[in-house]
Design a binder for this molecule. Structure first.
Ligand SMILES: NC(=O)c1ccc[n+]([C@@H]2O[C@H](COP(=O)([O-])OP(=O)(O)OC[C@H]3O[C@@H](n4cnc5c(N)ncnc54)[C@H](OP(=O)(O)O)[C@@H]3O)[C@@H](O)[C@H]2O)c1
Length: 334
């Protein structure tokens, strides 16, 4: 019999790939979306939709009970819905922490606790690596941003519920087809502009979205429970490597601009004001800048390697694949 899985935040970048992976693995797949959720990448006829409002106990209970009346219990839940950037700073805690807490309580209250609940957190909940050491799951978590703090609060809430079968995934920076955040960097290189903030080179970790989806299912289907799993493509990069690969694939020469940190702070401040006027969060904001300023985002992925994770893409191959997708879909000129 097909196992039932719910993927929240299914309309987003990572969520849409998780839905594809679930269908590929023959799960009966339920895409959790908001009423206003965008279904652009959710066109597979096998997808069932579940409208969920995590901010309201009654609506959440209704959605879960309607589902239970027809299908029973979810075998697995991947709680991927989250806010990564917002014009309203309170939203990080409300969506990433409060909604997660409300969702877990609703599952418990309605006797719908799944076999495993996978929470998609972030490397930001750990904060950068200490000195030159890679980030490990053993280090004291010291997030720099409201986003990272909200993810950490959700993790702490889960650890305080030891009877609840959770697993926490902390992905490195995720890129790939459909992503709009890194696309912004690619577009500037397309225009021959290569930008660095500050003059010190950052150590970075990345994961292609398809590899992340595989890692999440691999760990969900394993015996791993009540732990954090950091996921990257197992390589270490710098910001220069990223730009070099993009330049090579776009066949562009660039003018390099090194923006002093204080100038970047001013730009972030203005882009936040502009974002508030337009009602749209900007990729460059004062919160994200704190992460850009941190030097060491290298990671230790021992736990996911032990589960047998073998990524398909390194950054070179992954960006090539992503750029081909952007070109094919008209996001970048061929
Ligand atoms: N992208 C990365 O580099 C990265 C790295 C580490 C971790 N993560 C985590 O991965 C998850 C997915 O991120 P993403 O990059 O795919 O972001 P995304 O494209 O913005 O997708 C976020 C999803 O969450 C949903 N969502 C947001 N607020 C919600 C709310 N109040 N109630 C219900 N659903 C809500 C969105 O629904 P709507 O479409 O209706 O807005 C969307 O489907 C997030 O939890 C994020 O923290 C991302």
């Amino acid at each position: 019999m097909q196992k039932k899985i719910l993927i929240t935040g299914a309309s987003g970048f990572i969520g849409s790939f998780l839905v594809e992976e679930a269908i590929k693995r023959n799960y009966q797949t339920f895409a959790g979306i908001r009423t206003a959720g965008n279904k652009k990448y959710l066109s597979d006829p096998h997808i069932h939709f579940l409208e969920m409002d995590f901010s309201n106990d009654i609506l959440l209970d209704n959605a879960l009970n309607n589902f239970a009346g027809e299908y029973g219990r979810f075998d697995f839940i991947i709680h991927n819905a989250g806010v990564t950037k917002s014009i309203n700073k309170a939203m990080y805690s409300l969506v990433n922490f409060e909604n997660t807490k409300r969702f877990v309580h609703a599952l418990q209250r309605n006797n719908l606790v799944p076999n495993k609940f996978v929470y998609i957190s972030s490397l930001a909940s750990f904060g950068p690596g200490i000195n030159a050491c890679p980030i490990t799951t053993c280090q004291i978590q010291q997030p720099l941003t409201r986003y990272g703090k909200s993810k950490l609060k959700a993790e702490q809430f889960l650890y305080a519920n030891s009877a609840f079968p959770f697993l926490i995934i902390n992905p490195a920076a995720v890129y790939g087809p459909r992503d709009k955040d890194f696309f912004f960097l690619l577009k500037s290189i397309q225009k021959h502009i290569e930008i660095y903030i500050g003059s010190t080179e950052q150590l970075l970790s990345f994961i292609h979205v398809q590899d992340l989806a595989e890692a999440i299912f691999l760990s969900m289907e394993s015996a791993a429970i009540h732990q954090n799993l950091i996921v990257s493509d197992l390589n270490l990069y710098t910001s220069k490597t990223f730009n070099r690969i993009v330049k090579k694939n776009l066949d562009k020469k660039t003018i390099v601009f090194v923006v002093p940190v204080f100038v970047a702070r001013l730009v972030a401040m203005f882009s936040e004001i502009a974002g508030r006027i337009k009602g749209k969060a900007s990729v460059l904001n004062s919160e994200h800048l704190k992460e850009i300023e941190a030097m060491n985002w290298s990671v230790n992925c021992t736990e996911i390697i032990k589960l047998g994770f073998l990524p398909q893409f390194n950054l070179e191959e992954g960006l090539k694949h992503t750029i081909q997708w952007y070109k094919k879909h008209g996001w970048l000129k061929s």
